[in-house]
Design a protein around this ligand. Structure first.
Ligand code: DHB
Ligand code: FE
Length: 293
């Protein structure tokens, strides 16, 4: 049965079950995935003292300003324990905190804009050469998308050997390797651009992403009346020998939730505006400029 034959309730159940499992598998991925290995930061005693103390002070100030009660304190403790027990910390922190860390990091970066990595990156995906088609199911649902452009240095000279590690959600907003039932490596690939840094990648347009609604993160968004949505996006790590890798995401002009991304990770420079070609594919063009490392 394809997604198109399902009722709205069936899709809701499917998406929520899959989404819950995604939170937990993001924890397992975080522990084994080298891209997150900044975990051993090696900060000095002075640095730990300054940052940890400021963090605790901020918590104390919130308690004081909002006159937080004992029942609220105990409920918060239980909620924090629940997030850990179901493995939702990577998901929670990447949605609600990573954008602030990325904003600090981006102060010392030049070239194309970056944004958050998120919890769903998986290394070691299939290596492809441009023009490339990302692995997809035979009945993959979604509007065909051709993503094309160039990778250059800051002066606009082509970067030979540039690669685009790309991953994105399917038309249900689910990521392979995290939501159950999706083939391994679906809608993921590492594409090498040509000698002029040009790339052309065929895939489908992803759907907006909803943070899992049935775990403690979902309980918080409901209790607070927040939107659980991110706009549809492509994730990319763009690399070239001797250059600094860009971690970024690209969004779609006119798409839902561009203005109210729960992860606050959109930037005006990161919005694609695809145009339809004669074959009914949507063609989106984007150029990346990388600085030397
Ligand atoms: C989360 C999911 C994403 O797809 C993303 O790009 C960023 C964050 C999350 O659920 O934490
Ligand atoms: Fe994402």
């Amino acid at each position: 049965m394809s997604t198109l034959d399902r009722t709205d309730e069936e899709i809701d159940t499917l998406t929520n079950t899959a989404a819950a499992a995604s939170g937990a598998s993001a924890s397992a991925s975080f522990r084994t995935n080298e891209v997150y290995s900044g975990a051993a930061a090696g900060s000095s005693t002075e640095r730990v003292d300054a940052v940890a103390r400021a963090l605790l002070k901020a918590v104390h100030r919130v308690i004081d300003e909002h006159e937080v009660t004992y029942p609220e304190f105990q409920a918060a403790k239980k909620w924090l324990m629940d997030v850990g027990e179901v493995g939702e910390w990577p998901l929670f922190l990447d949605v609600f905190v990573e954008h602030a860390v990325e904003e600090v990091a981006s102060r010392s970066q030049h070239g194309s804009k970056g944004t958050i990595l998120g919890p769903y990156y998986l290394p070691g995906q299939v290596q492809l050469t441009s023009p490339a088609t990302l692995p997809a199911r035979p009945d993959e649902v979604g509007t065909p998308l051709v993503f094309t452009g160039r990778v250059t240095d800051l002066d606009g000279s082509p970067l030979t050997g540039a690669t685009l590690d790309i991953w994105h959600a399917d038309s249900d907003g689910l990521y392979s390797g995290f939501a159950p039932g999706l083939p391994e490596g679906n809608l993921r690939g590492v594409v090498t651009a040509d000698a002029e840094g040009r790339f052309e990648i065929r895939t489908i347009q992803p759907a907006p992403y909803q943070i899992p609604t049935d775990g403690p993160t979902g309980a918080l968004t409901r209790a607070a009346g927040w939107s659980p949505w991110r706009p549809a996006h492509l994730h990319l790590l763009v690399s070239a020998p001797g250059h600094r890798t860009i971690t970024t995401q690209l969004y779609f002009a006119g798409g839902e939730h561009l203005e109210d991304d729960v992860a606050e990770a959109t930037k005006p420079e990161l919005v694609l505006d695809p145009v339809e070609n004669a074959s009914g594919e949507r063609v989106a063009e984007y150029d990346f400029a990388l600085e030397r490392d």
